[in-house]
Design a binder for this molecule. Sequence first.
Ligand code: NAI
Length: 399
Amino acid sequence: MLNGEKKIARPLRWAMVGGGRLGQVGYKHRIGALRDNTAYQLVAGAFDIDSERGKDFGINLGVDENRLYPNYKTMFAEEAKREDGIEVISIATPNGTHYEICKAALEAGLHVICEKPLFFTSEEGEEIKALAEKKGKIVGVTYGFSGNQMLLQMRAMIEQGKIGEIRVVDLQYTHGFSATEQGDKTNAAQKWRVDPKVAGPSFVLGDLSTHTYYMSELIMPKMKINRLLCDRQSFVGSRAPLEDNAFVFMQYENGAVGRLWTSSINAGCMDGHRIRIVGSKASLEWWDSKPNELKFEVQGEPIQTLIRAMPYLDESCNADERLGALHQEGLSESWANIYLKFAIAIDAKNRGDEETLKNLVYPDINAGIEGIRWIENCVRSADNGAVWVEYENKKTVLV
Ligand code: NAI
């Protein structure tokens, strides 16, 4: 149970790059980091590509005016001169900027919390991983839904054999907000998402399915994909080669099969993030529109709905409990949970506490790199005519 009491000796001095007044995701970072008053203090920022707007915004957030900077480079340089300078930054800017900001932050001796998809290529990911190791710093990735503790319940039940051998993995993350072309021209956050120079090699595969793919890894850490086939479409033609819809079929090492549907043209869909794991004895199902519930369906028995915060849940699940039974939790608590784990990881890294780091389950740089690999595999399959490709030695080989 979490109640805001300190988990680290003192709050980390934290700053944001991006996530400004008009940014979509910035507030989620602040909700996550500042939920526990004891984990982070927001002390500086380069919040916006428009530096004046960023400064005005920072003042309204209560940040010291002298620590609101026109850009991240100035922030890193100026903060390094202070005894009470920043220790960790969050990057909440469009995809194409993550790599350079992350690299500059690590070189400036800062820990990094970065948005997904982490970078454009897995080579960039490996380079940044090596740099982070050299500098003794953490890179966390904000797969924001993954802090929901019912996913840890799924992980525990699968590990305990409650559903038997996994046979089918059914993943979906879809919405309909890009069903028409209109937003590509009028909505700033939509515009860059369909521009390969800023979004990278994919649209929905990176924007949506990296979340779901990571959550599947979190739930089923032992399941490894052998081969996959991806078919991607640009129903709004001007988005090509970036897809607004994709289907992926997976074959796992243990003989299980999977499918993932990701889409931003699923018109009218408002509850499109679902995970169903089918085992030889039973199935588990979770969707983010009902995050307090987990369906446990044993073949031949009445369907059970497991409810958040109840004592019958696994210890690992209830360790991340905040509000108690009868009171609904959601995305805010999920972000708070991952931000708290980033803080614990940063503190452990600073103290050289490798034992804590080894046992902490959170989206780290490896999870970010696996997300990039997922996209690379999907794109290569799709762009070769939707063919099966093999995950081999961490590279994709056409078959
Ligand atoms: P957005 O376009 O709504 O906001 C971007 C923000 O970054 C704006 O405030 C903009 O002024 C600022 N910015 C851009 N370049 C900058 C720079 N060089 N320096 C400082 N500020 C800069 O984008 P959105 O939707 O918030 O996405 C940002 C990132 O977050 C993307 O990588 C996206 O994939 C990810 N994202 C993640 C979500 C999650 O659940 N984890 C949800 C939504 C987005």
